[in-house]
Design a protein around this ligand. Sequence first.
Ligand code: ZN
Length: 84
Amino acid sequence: MTLYRCALCGRPAGAKWALTACLGDSTNPGAWRREVLPTCPRCLRALEKAGAEGVKLKRTGERWYGGHAVRRFAAKGMPDSSDG
Ligand SMILES: [Zn+2]
C-alpha cells in the first residue's frame, strides 16, 4: 500500500480523494479547478465540516472543498443552464 502525503497539511495520507480548489475570485469560473489528491483523515473531516465554506490554506491562499460537485463548472460545448 502506498503512503501518500496529505496535499493540504503534509501528514501521511492513505488514499487520494476528489477535491476542488478555488484560487482568487470565486465568481470567476477560471479560478476553480478539480484535483485528485492525497488527503489525510483529519483534513477530510475539516473539509466535510467546512462544507460550502471550504478550508482556506494560508500557504497558497487557495480554498479547498471536498468532492467535485462543489461548484458548477462551465463545460465547453454545453448550453449554460440557469440556476434552479
Ligand atoms: Zn491533511
